[in-house]
Design a protein. Structure first.
Length: 67
């Protein structure tokens, strides 16, 4: 049975936290009450599943026939 790679999981978890949307009160505080702006505009890292990939390296296992 294949073992899971904990390093890859933690890397993906870190990147997931970096693109969270800002809370609505933070948007109001920064841009003002009258501005209708998307909460994702406040995040530093923008990510799109089509264009920007994470490039996390796959887990490399030893070949079973090599011993």
């Amino acid at each position: 049975m294949a073992t899971k790679n904990p390093v890859k999981k933690t890397t993906l978890a870190k990147h997931g936290r970096r693109t969270k949307w800002a809370p609505i009160w933070a948007v109001i505080k920064r841009f003002g009450k009258g501005k209708r702006i998307h909460p994702a505009a406040m995040t530093r890292i923008k990510r799109n599943w089509r264009r920007r990939k994470l490039h996390v390296k796959p887990y490399i296992r030893r070949k079973s026939h090599m011993g």
